[in-house]
Design a protein. Structure first.
Length: 320
């Protein structure tokens, strides 16, 4: 699988982290006190729309893909979509990084680290016990770091499931505690995705109920135990928000006020794309159009929603 493998680095870990695109984006977001949208691209036309919208809004963006983009039996691409999005990201006029979201297969993570142009990978071992989650995370962080790839992990369990990702709704929901967060930081992860009342999927009648005290404790630990030092970039630590379905603009902004910089937003934006596709291509809007026109209309709606959330999250006009 793959002929052009990356070579493991021999340089100091601090050097490559200074120029890793994901970490550069989050570093500036933390300094500027805004949030960066991290959004799943299922198709290349979606990725192009996301990048062009980011350019228009003068905003950074993180393009996410699920493992499906590599493993899909129907496409058998072994990551061609990832390569295309990476090429697009390097041509962009604003900072764009490419991130593998919810990677749960150990061998796939190693393949992606060595052969595919990711800037960061979520090493998602949350379907294991806490002990095994920690053990596998540490091993995979070290492996990814050999190839200059930043890492994210999920201590505790954020209940629910997403496309192609193991559903954890039937498992006991475990909120992240500060002792556990420290153990994961000590594995070398750069980004933590805590469980503080957020869930993958929909929230139901009650809506989101978040425990921000957990987030406060994590940032207090970052400040005292993992404070960023310009001479020691390995101590950078960032917090990511998962499970944003049904979030209001105000709730999203509350997360940003608490210091969260990476905002995984999927349904809030992409549902507009799929609704528009269904509406026009299947004629549910009363106007049936051809497939290519339906794609254009869907991407226009995607761009409109993305603009709204970039403004809401404060990342618009942050790229000079």
């Amino acid at each position: 699988m793959g002929e052009h493998a990356r070579l493991p680095i021999m340089s100091n870990i601090n050097e490559w982290k200074k120029s890793n695109r994901t970490l550069e984006i989050l570093r500036k977001a933390q300094e500027g006190k805004y949030g960066v949208i991290a959004i799943i691209a299922y198709t290349f036309d979606q990725a192009v729309t996301m990048v062009r919208t980011a350019e228009k809004m003068k905003s950074p963006i993180m393009i996410l893909v699920f493992p499906w983009a590599i493993t899909s039996k129907s496409s058998g691409s072994n990551g061609e979509l990832v390569r295309a999005i990476s090429e697009l990201s390097y041509r962009a006029k604003v900072p764009v990084s490419v991130h593998l979201d919810h990677a749960q297969d150990i061998e796939l993570i190693k393949y992606c680290a060595q052969y595919l142009p990711f800037d960061s990978i979520m090493v998602d071992m949350s379907h294991y016990s806490r002990e095994d989650n920690l053990k596998h995370t540490k091993e995979l962080v070290e492996y990814c770091n050999q190839y200059k790839i930043a890492t994210e992990a999920e201590p505790g369990r954020i209940e629910g499931g997403e496309d192609g990702i193991l559903h954890t709704g039937d498992l006991e929901g475990l909120l992240t505690n500060i002792e556990e967060a420290k153990l994961f930081f000590d594995t070398g992860i750069d980004i933590i995705a805590p469980s503080f009342g957020n869930v993958h999927g929909d929230y139901g009648k009650e809506g989101p109920s978040l425990n921000f005290d957990i987030v406060k404790d994590i940032f207090k630990s970052i400040e005292t135990d993992y404070k960023t030092d310009q001479e020691n970039m390995s101590y950078e630590r960032y917090v990511c928000l998962h499970g944003t379905n049904e979030f209001s603009k105000e709730l999203m902004q509350e997360n940003i006020k608490h210091g969260i910089t990476k905002l995984n937003i999927n349904k809030l934006i992409l549902q507009s794309y799929f609704h528009e596709m269904q509406s026009y291509y299947q004629g549910e809007s009363g106007t049936k159009v051809g497939f290519t026109e339906a794609i254009d209309k869907s991407n226009e709606k995607l761009s409109e929603c993305l603009e709204y959330w970039m403004n809401a999250c404060g990342s618009s006009n942050t790229v000079l």
